[in-house]
Design a protein around this ligand. Structure first.
Ligand code: GLN
Length: 276
C-alpha cells in the first residue's frame, strides 16, 4: 500500500484528504491500496510516501511545525529523501527557498523549490478571485483528459516571482541545506537522489489577469503580466491556488500518478543497486 499524508497543523487539510479519496477512486491502480492520513508528528511523516502541504496561513503553519519538532523532518522529507511533496498556496510558500514579506524570525521555510515567491501578490483589491484555466499538465494524464478548464481559486495567493539559480547539489550559502545533499553517501537509491538534485524548476502554469475567464469585477494593476502560478522541480510541486477548495479531483489524480511514478522509480534504482 502507499501512504500519502496531508500536513494537518493548520489550514485546509481535511479538504485535501477528501479530494485524495475522490482521486484514488478515479485512478485505475488495481491491486494498489492508497492510505491517506493527517500528519502532525515526525512519526506520522515517516510513514508517508508523499505529502501535501495545504493552503492556510504559512506563518502560523511554520510556527506550529517548529514547535512540533516537524521543521527538520519536513526538510529532510522534501530535500534529502526527495519524497513527492505538493504545496498549495501557503504550502507553496513553505516549499520555496525564498519568500518576501516574511518577518525576521517569524517564519521559517521548508524549501525544496529553487524559487522566490511573492506573498499576497494580488494585493487588496484582488485578494480572492477565481479563474477557469487550462492547466497544460493535466493534459498529460491518461485518466483525466484535458477538455474542461480547471476552476482555480485564489485567496491572498502568492505567485512565483523569480526562478533562482539552480544549486545542483553544490555548496551554497543556504546554511539549511543538508550535508547529505552536498555529498550524497553511497546508499541504494543514490542515483535517484542525484537525478532529483539535478532537476530544474519547470513552470507548469501561468495566469494573466487579462484572462477572459477570470471571475472578478475588480480593477487591477497587473494587466498583461503573466504570473507563474504552478511550478515543479523533480518531485516537488507547488501551486498558488486551492484545488482542495473545489470538488474537481483532476489535479489530485495527476499528482497521485506522479507519486506512484516516483515510488516505482526509486524501487527500480534500489533494485539496480542491489544487483550490482
Ligand atoms: N497569504 C497566505 C500566507 O502567506 C496564504 C494564503 C492561502 O493559503 N490562502 O500564508
Amino acid at each position: 500500500s502507499l501512504t500519502v499524508g496531508v500536513l494537518a497543523l493548520q489550514g485546509a487539510f481535511s479538504e485535501h484528504v477528501q479530494l485524495l479519496r475522490q482521486a484514488a477512486a478515479n485512478l485505475h491502480t488495481p491491486g494498489l491500496k492508497w492510505r491517506f492520513t493527517e500528519v502532525r508528528t515526525p512519526e506520522e511523516l515517516a510513514q508517508c510516501h508523499g505529502l501535501i502541504i495545504p493552503g492556510g496561513e504559512s506563518t502560523a503553519m511554520s510556527l506550529v511545525a517548529a514547535r512540533s519538532g516537524l521543521l527538520e523532518p519536513l526538510r529532510d522529507f522534501v530535500k534529502v529523501l526527495r519524497r513527492p511533496t505538493w504545496g498549495t498556496c501557503a504550502g507553496l510558500i513553505l516549499l520555496a527557498e525564498s519568500a518576501n514579506r516574511t518577518k525576521k524570525g517569524g517564519q521559517e521555510l521548508i524549501g525544496g523549490l529553487d524559487v522566490r515567491v511573492n506573498r499576497n501578490h494580488f494585493g487588496r483589491q484582488q485578494e480572492s478571485f477565481q479563474a477557469n484555466l487550462d492547466l497544460p499538465f493535466l493534459g498529460r494524464t491518461k485518466t483525466t483528459g484535458k477538455d474542461q478548464p480547471y476552476r482555480c481559486v485564489f485567496i491572498r495567493a502568492p505567485v512565483v516571482e523569480k526562478l533562482l539559480p539552480h544549486k545542483k547539489g553544490e555548496q551554497t550559502d543556504e546554511a539549511t541545506l543538508d550535508e547529505t545533499i552536498v555529498a550524497p553517501s553511497k546508499t541504494p537509491g543514490d542515483e535517484f537522489a542525484q537525478e532529483q538534485l539535478n532537476a530544474n524548476v519547470e513552470v507548469m502554469a501561468t495566469l494573466s489577469l487579462r484572462n477572459p475567464n477570470l471571475q472578478t469585477n475588480q480593477e487591477h494593476d497587473h494587466a498583461g503580466v503573466e504570473d507563474i502560478i504552478a511550478v515543479r522541480q523533480g518531485n516537488v510541486f507547488g501551486c498558488s491556488f486551492h484545488p482542495e477548495l473545489t470538488d474537481d479531483p483532476r489535479i489530485h489524480v495527476w499528482w497521485l500518478e506522479q507519486v506512484l511514478k516516483a515510488v516505482e522509480k526509486r524501487q527500480q534504482y534500489e533494485l539496480v543497486e542491489r544487483t550490482k
